[in-house]
Design a protein around this ligand. Structure first.
Ligand SMILES: Cc1cc2nc3c(=O)[nH]c(=O)nc-3n(C[C@H](O)[C@H](O)[C@H](O)COP(=O)(O)OP(=O)(O)OC[C@H]3O[C@@H](n4cnc5c(N)ncnc54)[C@H](O)[C@@H]3O)c2cc1C
Length: 499
């Protein structure tokens, strides 16, 4: 099948073509996340004057590598890159960043499961956990032959088989005028499971195992896009941490001889946007003081979850405001544990991958960096566990506890699969955590489509309002991924240059 959306090469060629006029523009970009940085980098490279305003004191937005003082690090935001994500990989390659495999769940048979009150290694899980479920013969066979996630993957695959190549292209255009997209838009994930005729226990298993019950009420477009791109195959991570991507982007030298970072103004919060006929006026807050500035053209990469709280005045249509207010966002909380020794490698022979549970911490990821060497020297040393990666209800429940209590709760539950974990946690600097719902600059983790959202919110969500343009993960078909931020940024560069 042909790639159902413009390749990165095509998109960059479109930008060059759209730039045919000699007139140099002055463009203000709100946000120094991946979308804002890519917009500034590409437009700056074409010789336009760019300036980036960033509300926080940090680069990268939802790309956030946390470094403990011993040099060990973990990811509080984006952590892995699918093989098929050509837009993300383009920048990774261009910046010369190194990648290594990001190990996922099924590969390591020593990883653990703690489901329905029973603890097991993955290799013993069929006998200990799944044989007790009332699965039908087809479901049983799927698990036996293709692994625990197979019932889920097969049910989405059956849906994909009904889509033509044209339907798939429309899915990536988010064109709800088309029947196939409209169908997927209306269908919630839970409804789909029932329509597929899955047994109650199969649905319970899908919900509990990889936290899919946090997606029950999302529409099927979320899943179909990832499945078409086989997003969970061939995953890799950036060596040194995902934050290397925004960092190196910011260090690029533009044609005027300045680095992109010289054009970024940190701790500068946009509190109001007044969209006028002749300019875009921004009310900015810096060091507690408010002041206003006018700009010719503005690209706003602020997530809609945050934009809801910003005063929007002037020429901004009611439809656009409704799209901003109604876009669905997912909650997510992550907790990293700083461990003095990689006990999971030396004692349990677990090298990367995850352990899954239906308890409050849900998913525990082990670092992948020693997976190919399996060096005992490294195993004796420190490492960071992504001890808890949660979405939606689990994320909000964990978020309600202060960090110390949150850490204790997670550690206590993990003791069921790693009884000695308490002996290995660094007492001086035990943990770091991020509650994305409570982070002022994103007010949520990533956009996810609620049923009927594509038809009611797109394409108005994406369209510019006069001199005011919009970009970011939330305005792309690749929601919840850096690829979405980049794809949308390049789309917006084209739009802006064509005006
Ligand atoms: C928990 C989690 C896990 C993820 N895992 C992955 C993964 O494994 N792989 C992957 O590819 N993607 C992943 N993602 C998604 C990825 O991180 C995002 O899609 C992407 O980083 C979004 O980039 P953006 O530029 O659109 O938005 P953001 O990164 O949110 O950038 C917006 C910027 O605007 C700034 N801002 C906000 N309000 C204002 C204001 N009022 N004034 C000025 N500036 C403001 C913010 O500080 C921020 O820097 C994950 C995200 C989360 C939260």
């Amino acid at each position: 099948m042909e790639q159902p959306y413009a390749s990165i090469e095509e998109k960059l060629a479109q930008i060059k073509e759209a730039n045919s006029s000699d007139q140099k523009k002055t463009i203000l970009i709100i946000g120094a996340g991946i979308a804002g940085l890519v917009t500034a980098y590409e437009l700056g490279n074409l010789g336009h004057e760019v300036c980036v305003l960033e509300g926080s004191g940090r680069l990268g937005g939802r790309v956030f590598t946390h470094h403990f003082s011993n040099g060990q690090y973990g990811e509080l935001g984006a952590m892995r890159v699918p093989k098929s994500h050509d837009y993300t990989r383009h920048y990774i390659n261009r910046l010369g960043l190194k990648m290594r495999p990001f190990i996922i769940e099924d590969k390591n048979q020593n990883n653990k499961l703690d489901l329905f009150g029973t603890v097991s290694s993955i290799k013993d899980s069929y006998e200990k956990i799944f044989s007790n479920l009332s699965l039908n013969p087809v479901e049983k066979k799927l698990i036996e032959t293709d692994g625990i996630g197979a019932i889920y993957y097969h049910s989405v695959k059956r849906l994909l088989e009904q889509l033509s190549e044209e339907d798939i292209r429309h899915v990536f255009d988010l064109n709800a005028q088309k029947d196939a997209v409209s169908y997927l838009d209306k269908m919630s994930f839970l409804e789909h499971m029932h329509q597929e005729g899955l047994s109650d226990d199969a649905i319970k298993l899908i919900g509990s195992y990889i936290s899919m019950n946090d997606y029950w009420h999302k529409n099927m477009i979320n899943f179909v896009v990832d499945d078409i791109l086989d997003a969970f195959n061939g995953l890799e991570e950036i060596v040194g941490g995902t934050s290397m991507l925004p960092l190196l982007l910011s260090m690029q030298v533009l044609p005027d001889g300045k680095q992109l970072k010289d054009k970024i103004y940190f701790n500068t919060e946009v509190t109001a946007i007044n969209n006028r006929e002749d300019s875009v006026q921004l009310i900015l807050k810096k060091n507690g003081k408010l002041y206003q500035r006018n700009f010719d053209q503005v690209v706003c990469t602020v997530p809609f979850s945050v934009l809801r709280g910003i005063h929007l005045n002037g020429n901004i249509s009611q439809e656009k405001k409704e799209a901003i207010y109604n876009m669905g966002y997912h909650s997510s909380t992550k907790l990293l544990l700083n461990c003095k020794k990689r006990f999971w490698e030396s004692e349990d022979e677990i090298f990367g991958g995850a352990s899954f549970s239906d308890l409050i911490y849900r998913q525990l990821y082990y670092p992948s960096d020693n997976a190919s060497y399996k060096s005992s020297m490294i195993s004796k040393g420190p490492g960071v566990l992504l001890a808890s990666y949660t979405w939606e209800e689990s994320a909000r429940r964990l978020a309600s506890f202060p960090l110390k209590d949150r850490t204790n709760i997670v550690v206590d539950k993990i003791k069921r699969i790693h009884p000695n974990i308490g002996d290995f946690i660094d007492v001086d600097e035990p943990s770091a955590s991020m509650v994305w719902d409570q982070y002022k600059w994103s007010s949520g983790a990533f956009a996810t489509h609620n049923p009927r959202e594509v038809s009611s919110v797109f394409p108005v969500a994406k369209s510019p309002e006069g001199r005011l343009f919009f970009a970011g993960e939330h305005l792309s078909p690749f929601r919840g991924w850096m690829q979405g931020a980049i794809y949308s940024a390049l789309d917006t560069c084209c739009e802006l240059l064509r005006k």
